[in-house]
Design a protein around this ligand. Structure first.
Ligand SMILES: Nc1ncnc2c1ncn2[C@@H]1O[C@H](COP(=O)(O)OP(=O)(O)O)[C@@H](O)[C@H]1O
Ligand SMILES: [Mg+2]
Length: 218
């Protein structure tokens, strides 16, 4: 049996990694075997490219060059991680995927949507997500969380990456773009208010998974 493919999308600090983990734990509890992965990355070659893509000291480069790096990583991630896992029946939960490309390199970066559509047809098809959960928070709130995650003494993160360092106007643009995707693709996407307590947010995530995927799977 083929597993389901669930992606989490949203700005910095919107809670993607937190909710991906909570969802994975809950699915295991109800007997669904899951696998968590992330982009950019998720396979050895793609993780190596992640270092390049997120390096805040990279020389300036175009949104097209950046998108092609993402798709080099994505092709490898799909072939070596996502598709084998789905084919073995695991439900794959991915922290960021194609909508982040559309938002960061497309809408915010100026890369035409048709270029991304073409790359998706070449590289992603037919492995589109069964469900995409878009976590929506005001830009300041998300950036504040991302900052406190970094200064957390118990679980310190790395320095701010190339995107997190961009100005507030850029982050508001990202938020609007994610909301627009949710509006345009209601079959695949669910927009969730992620400004609330993480357990409250998770109850909405779980409700979406149950209504969108379990109704069909069980
Ligand atoms: N609903 C929430 N309310 C408050 N803090 C949260 C919430 N969800 C996550 N956090 C915290 O905010 C920080 C960023 O969350 P994270 O899941 O890493 O976001 P993302 O992966 O989207 O960047 C972490 O320190 C996390 O513990
Ligand atoms: Mg994260």
């Amino acid at each position: 049996m083929l597993g389901k493919f669930i992606t989490f999308e949203g700005g910095e600090g919107s809670g993607k990694s937190t909710q991906a983990r909570l969802l994975s734990e809950q699915l295991w509890r109800v007997g669904v075997h899951t696998f968590i992965t992330r982009e950019p990355g998720g396979s050895p070659f793609a993780e190596a490219l992640r270092q390049v893509i997120l390096d805040p000291n990279m020389p300036p480069h175009s949104a097209l060059s950046e998108a092609l790096l993402f798709y080099a990583a994505r092709a490898d991630h799909l072939d070596n991680t996502v598709r084998p896992a789905l084919n073995s029946g695991l439900w794959v939960i991915c922290d960021r995927f194609i909508d982040s490309t559309r938002v960061y390199q497309g809408i915010a970066g100026g890369l035409p949507g048709e270029v991304i559509d073409t790359l998706n047809e070449m590289i992603v098809s037919p492995t589109y997500p069964d469900l995409t959960i878009i976590l929506d928070v005001p830009a300041e709130l998300g950036l504040g969380r991302a900052h406190s995650r970094r200064v957390d003494k118990v679980n310190p993160d790395t320095e701010a990456d190339a995107y997190e360092k961009r100005d507030l106007a850029f982050h508001w643009k990202l938020r609007d773009a994610f909301r627009e995707i949710a509006r345009a693709e209601p079959q695949r996407c669910v927009l969730i208010d992620a400004g609330l307590d993480e357990r409250v947010v998770f109850s909405e995530v779980w409700r979406a998974v149950q209504t969108r995927l379990f109704a069909l799977a069980r």
